[in-house]
Design a protein around this ligand. Structure first.
Ligand SMILES: *[C@@H]1O[C@H](CO)[C@@H](O)[C@H](O)[C@H]1NC(C)=O
Ligand SMILES: *[C@@H]1O[C@H](CO)[C@@H](O)[C@H](O)[C@H]1NC(C)=O
Ligand SMILES: *[C@@H]1O[C@H](CO)[C@@H](O)[C@H](O)[C@H]1NC(C)=O
Ligand SMILES: *[C@@H]1O[C@H](CO)[C@@H](O)[C@H](O)[C@H]1NC(C)=O
Ligand SMILES: *[C@@H]1O[C@H](CO)[C@@H](O)[C@H](O)[C@H]1NC(C)=O
Ligand SMILES: *[C@@H]1O[C@H](CO)[C@@H](O)[C@H](O)[C@H]1NC(C)=O
Length: 878
């Protein structure tokens, strides 16, 4: 492993540096490519002698990650999807489904992902202006303390993997997003917004829309601000710190790799490698490392990891267990070594709070560091990630025994979710505080941390040489960790989580029609929030972005949050056509929806998802007769599409005639320009979308509803999570006439804990057992139970369900729910569904079969049309 890529002799001086050329030009890519080909050659030559050498464990930025630092588009985090757990899960799912990786199991994939994307400790280094700029240097290198632990992990402690994850598995955007989410480092450069960052909530409120926009445009370009760097070089003067300067250009005469990258430190440095979850920010690299280490448990003799006097001391155990250095002991050892060698302190401080500067689109996690970069070795997100990684890692072998096919994305999905957990309701992120006190054996943690501290000591440069006596600081670190984990996190607990989340999941095909006059920084956080709530994802909802100008597609339907966020950037928003034309938009949307119905006929789609069309308007609209006519045709030809309008000001008068339910389908969202009051405003939209049941349809109807088309007997499969409920709605367009044979049959097809309860109603769109009688009144909700043994199915007859209704439009939908009811004493769940159709291994599968549905269209019912025209007429008179 003698690969010192930093040797100066391949600097031929003739090729200008990428940042001098103006990054992003073809020329600079060429430079990078030549440079990286050079590295590649060296690695290939060196490979046979060190099979385990990983590019991300080398002391320069791994070749495949370099574009994340040289391409200004990728360097600007606003072009990367936000760092949230659902986004991370969606990227991991796309890797798991990729042909390059489909054969890897959880054990292999967790290691491969770390090797490919995690490189801790990469820092910016201000080029020294007194030397001529070299052509072959990018000003980033892995020099922060976190690099050394991860280097040991990747090269010696985690199981060796002979394969690689091919570079083509994810594209550049997602690669850089993963790299940022996994790699712990601190960027302490002064940004200029420090005076506000200790009061982040006020900070957001104070900013004007204009200031924000400038910021969004400028983000991170500051790192390589050509003009400023050049002018600093030319003048060669010492510059005073000016808080308005985006770039710290202090002349570092004594520039030294072992020093911090700048003399002036931000009071709220950016911590990288952090992912936002509902239960606090976590360092995702530590979580995955815990899973990887736990999936292949091994102990490594410390004599293989280090040389030197400390490891020979008698009270240090002779091995480390991989799970410990991968998680808790790794960060504890860093804290012990750095704090002890810097100040001789025997008392080791752990825990550093911080926060995101945007709640709905989290990309920058800022730690609170008023005293410079002291005691920041084990920040809050790292500690949470360590605990989560430890909990998951220590249970993963048992999990693999009961569900051998389980995937990495599923483990994360089960842990960071409101209910059920990793086959055990106690194993959930909301239970972290209890887990941190109960699952981690103190004696082992002390012994392992002591051993790994000794190992790391000889692998990491420090300010002094520790000559013994590590027990006391290690004990202090462990004690302080335990008390911090018990007392200092203020994360949502399980009780609160369960009472504040719904027990049903959405599966909605959401069509968002966006008015470009919304400032991006206003509407993007709102959309981001909505997509999280409806769970856009492989097993959940989809999103399609249309423009309000003419209803044309801007972003194709996707089930991946990562895809949507990579596409919907500021520049994409600004490139959309401006203006609103409801008539054209509704006409084009009607054609789009009709072709969807025709496609559903081709693929014989019987149902399972709901469809919602949501207009997000920021301009006053004029509704005319032509638009109303389009709305009416859409209403009648695509019967189970729900159309909603949400607008920045109250536009009820212009919009009420375009919707199905004027009291509920026209909403006002008074979003503030800086995206801070998203939740309050968007919850009205979310709860409206939540009420729209999943469709059950006759696939033979298509968009033309031929009256001769009968469904026969067809079915689809669906799944319900233990303790959850699925809601369906059937439009009268499929059962309008009197037909004895029109029915729906729900059949349970897998085992699993608890009963299924099937309820039906005409008046409740979400029927449940608890609605059977509401107060003294009897409701129309009827429920039947499918027990774990005995009859496996329930039949619902639709005979005469529209009796007494003269028109299809006046006949209400038929609502059905399927609920999994758990015995109150459930402590463990079994993996009953191991194929890829199931989001969770404990999902309960059932079949929804329809029998003899017809096709009845309300089209051409002139009465409705006439009424509308009359309305329009009077409306215009007023
Ligand atoms: C693969 O890696 C090279 C650099 O080694 C990079 O130029 C290229 O864009 C990468 N391809 C993808 C799909 O990321
Ligand atoms: C968050 O902070 C970063 C870094 O200073 C800045 O570029 C970005 O604009 C901020 N975002 C918000 C929403 O304030
Ligand atoms: C319905 O949702 C599922 C899961 O989210 C998805 O796989 C399927 O493609 C969707 N079907 C349609 C027609 O959108
Ligand atoms: C959407 O997908 C279709 C086909 O899959 C493609 O032809 C079209 O270019 C895509 N549109 C956009 C806006 O990406
Ligand atoms: C990367 O892939 C995502 C999703 O597949 C896509 O949205 C994005 O545009 C791609 N980025 C690049 C640079 O190709
Ligand atoms: C759509 O149909 C419903 C009845 O199903 C009716 O109440 C509503 O007024 C219709 N809306 C439009 C815009 O035609």
């Amino acid at each position: 492993m003698h690969l010192d890529h930093r040797s100066p002799h391949h600097n031929n001086g003739a090729i200008p540096a990428p940042w001098e050329l103006g990054l992003g030009t073809r020329h600079s890519y060429l430079v990078i490519e030549i440079v990286s080909m050079f590295w590649l050659a060296i690695i290939l030559l060196a490979a046979p002698s060190c099979v385990r050498a990983q590019a991300t464990a080398q002391t320069n930025v791994a070749p495949e990650l370099r574009e994340c630092y040289t391409d200004p588009r990728l360097l600007d985090r606003n072009n990367l999807p936000p760092a949230t757990m659902p986004v991370l899960i969606s990227i991991i799912q796309s890797i798991e489904d990729h042909p390059n990786a489909r054969d890897f199991n959880l054990r292999q994939l967790s290691v491969l992902i770390l090797q490919a994307f995690r490189q801790d400790g990469i820092e910016y280094h201000q080029p020294d202006s007194s030397i001529a700029t070299t052509s072959n240097v990018m000003p980033f290198a892995p020099t922060f303390h976190s690099f050394y632990r991860n280097k040991l992990l990747l090269s010696r402690i985690l199981p060796a993997n002979l394969q690689n994850l091919a570079n083509s598995t994810v594209n550049s955007t997602l690669k850089c997003a993963l790299h940022r989410m996994f790699s712990t480092t601190v960027d302490a450069r002064v940004r200029g917004d420090e005076n506000k960052c200790n009061q982040l909530s006020q900070y957001r409120a104070l900013r004007t829309a204009r200031g924000l926009r400038e910021h969004l445009l400028k983000d991170d370009f500051e790192m390589l601000d050509v003009a400023t760097l050049n002018s600093a070089k030319k003048t060669g003067q010492m510059r005073q710190y000016n808080p308005n300067d985006e770039v710290d250009v202090s002349n570092l005469n004594n520039f030294d790799l072992s020093e911090r990258q700048t003399l002036l430190l931000s009071q709220c440095p950016i911590l990288d490698g952090v992912v936002s979850t509902r239960w606090g920010a976590v360092s995702a690299g530590n979580v995955i490392a815990g899973i990887a280490a736990g999936a292949q448990p091994q102990t490594i003799p410390i004599s293989e990891l280090a040389r030197g006097s400390i490891i020979n001391q008698p009270n240090i155990q002779s091995f480390v267990t991989a799970l410990y250095p991968a998680t808790l002991s790794g960060d504890l050892a860093e804290a012990v070594l750095i704090q002890n060698s810097q100040s001789g302190s025997q008392s080791i401080s752990v825990g550093t709070a911080g926060s995101w500067n945007s709640t709905q689109a989290p990309r920058y996690f800022m730690i609170h560091a008023p005293n410079g970069l002291n005691n920041i070795e084990m920040t809050d997100p790292e500690m949470r990630g360590d605990i989560d990684g430890f909990v998951l890692g220590s249970s993963i072998t048992t999990l693999l025994q009961s569900a051998s096919q389980i995937r990495l994305s599923q483990v994360l999905d089960m842990y960071y979710t409101a209910r059920n957990g990793v086959l055990d309701p106690t194993r959930r992120a909301c239970n972290r505080q209890t887990l941190s006190q109960e699952v981690i054996p103190t004696a082992n943690l002390v012994a392992e941390t002591l051993a790994f501290t000794a190992v790391l000591d000889t692998n990491m440069p420090l300010r002094g040489t520790i000559i013994g006596g590590l027990e006391q600081p290690v004990n202090s670190a462990v004690t302080n960790f335990q008390s911090y984990a018990r007392n200092n996190f203020n994360d949502l607990n399980c009780e609160f989580t369960e009472s504040n989340t719904v027990d049903f999941r959405l599966r909605t095909n959401l069509y968002l029609v966006v008015d470009v006059s919304w400032p991006y920084q206003t509407i993007y956080p709102a959309i981001s929030y909505l997509l999280d709530k409806i769970e856009v994802g492989k097993y959940g909802s989809s999103v399609t972005l249309l423009t309000a100008f003419d209803g044309s597609i801007v972003i194709n339907k996707t089930f991946s949050l990562a895809d949507f966020h990579s596409e919907y950037t500021l520049s994409r928003h600004q490139s959309m056509l401006g203006g609103i034309n409801l008539e054209t938009a509704l006409t084009n949307i009607r054609l789009l929806m009709s072709s969807e119905l025709d496609n559903e006929r081709i693929v014989n789609y019987v149902g399972g998802n709901s469809t919602v069309l949501l207009f997000l308007l920021n301009t006053a609209v004029q509704s005319n007769v032509a638009a109303m006519e389009q709305a009416r045709i859409l209403n009648e030809t695509v019967p189970d599409l729900r159309v909603l309008y949400a607008s920045s000001t109250n536009q009820f008068d212009a919009l009420w005639q375009l919707v199905r339910d004027m009291h509920n389908d026209v909403l006002t969202i008074a979003l503030s320009s800086d995206g801070t009051n998203v939740e309050r405003n968007m919850n009205s939209v979310v709860s409206r979308v939540e009420l729209i049941g999943r469709r059950i349809i006759n696939p033979t109807c298509g968009s033309d509803f031929p009256s001769s088309a009968k469904s026969g007997q067809v079915h689809f499969l669906d799944h319900v999570e233990p303790g959850y409920i699925n809601y369906y709605s059937i439009s009268p367009n499929y059962f309008y006439n009197y037909n004895d044979n029109s029915k729906v049959r729900i059949t349970r097809s897998t085992a699993g804990v608890g009963n299924l309860v099937v309820c039906q109603s005409r008046s409740w769109s979400q029927p449940r057992q608890t609605n059977i009688s509401v107060g003294a009144e009897q409701s129309d909700v009827v429920c039947q139970t499918i027990a774990t043994s005995g009859t496996r199915d329930v039949e619902i007859n639709l005979r005469g369900a529209c009796g007494g209704h003269m028109t299809i439009n006046s006949c209400p939908f038929f609502h059905i729910s399927v609920q999994s009811v758990l015995p109150t004493t459930t402590t463990a769940l079994t993996a009953v569904c191991t194929d890829r159709a199931c989001r969770f291994p404990y999902d309960i599968r059932y079949q929804v079969q329809i029998d003899d549905f017809g096709c009845f269209s309300g089209c051409g019912s002139t009465t409705v049309s006439l009424t509308l025209l009359l309305f329009a007429f009077f409306y215009n008179l007023l």
